[in-house]
Write a protein that binds this ligand. Structure first.
Ligand code: SAH
Ligand code: DHB
Ligand code: MG
Length: 220
């Protein structure tokens, strides 16, 4: 990446983390166990986790939908933002990832608020649409990047005016290999949230060692 001082950016990220994200046993043991189980280390950063948590509280979200659970790291940050009667549904393709997440969510004391649904997110989202549940207040999209536009389309059937839709990795490699399917998926998603008349959106740059982004949209 050119024209971006990654050393300075990392120092700033560490400075913020030291100030605002105290060490947390459940979160760090969850990451250790995920790594030991061979899961990829592609969870959100501690600062981004705190950001997700704050956004959920600012939005007063009591029903949260997450797409892409991995080991439950971002899930834990979001679940901890819920009021006591709140619910979080998280969608994960891999039964192995879901199993690690289940143990981590139990250790973090949030398992009672979280439902993990295993399978391709597009099928799980369609099943949620069929279930005709109350709308979600906040959606966090963080699964396979090729699927982002479809996940947005389906999520829009599960929300209400005022709901918040967030998506991770929306600046990831966008200035790099344009033939990469993931990059294409992210750019299509970004163009969609920029132009969809139902949404008002922005992408917030996020530092995760390298430059990345978190998109924020409000449903009109
Ligand atoms: N939100 C997590 C990271 C998710 S990584 C965190 O920050 O802690 C992306 C996850 O999406 C992986 O666990 C991967 O197995 C899952 N995934 C990939 N393709 C998927 C699909 N089609 N449906 C559901 N989950 C998918
Ligand atoms: C990848 C996926 C993510 O959600 C992420 O935050 C970073 C990397 C990946 O598929 O490589
Ligand atoms: Mg991600």
């Amino acid at each position: 990446m050119h024209d971006f001082d990654e050393g300075l950016a990392r120092r700033a990220d560490a400075y913020v983390e030291d100030l605002f994200v105290p060490p947390d046993d459940a979160l760090s043991r969850g990451l250790d166990d995920a790594e030991a189980a061979g899961l990829p280390s592609i969870n959100v950063s501690p600062n981004e986790g705190k950001l997700l948590h704050l956004i959920a509280r600012i939005a007063r979200a009591s029903r949260v939908l997450e797409i892409g659970t991995l080991g439950g790291y971002s899930t834990t940050w979001l679940a901890r933002a819920l009021p006591p009667e709140g619910r979080l549904v998280t969608l994960e393709l891999s039964p192995r990832h879901a199993e690690v997440a289940r143990a981590n969510l139990a250790r973090a004391g949030v398992a009672d608020r979280v439902e993990i649904r295993i399978g391709p997110a597009s099928a799980s989202l369609r099943a949620l649409v069929e279930r005709r549940e109350p709308p979600f207040d906040l959606v966090f999209i963080d699964a396979d990047k090729e699927g982002y536009v479809e996940y947005l389309d389906l999520s829009l059937r599960l929300v209400r005016p005022g709901s918040v839709i967030l998506a991770d990795n929306t600046l990831r490699r966008v200035f790099e290999d344009p033939s990469d399917r993931g990059v294409q998926g992210i750019k299509a998603f970004n163009e969609r949230i920029a132009s969809d008349p139902q949404l008002d959106s922005l992408i917030l740059p996020i530092i995760r060692g390298h430059l990345d982004g978190l998109s924020l949209s409000i449903v009109k």
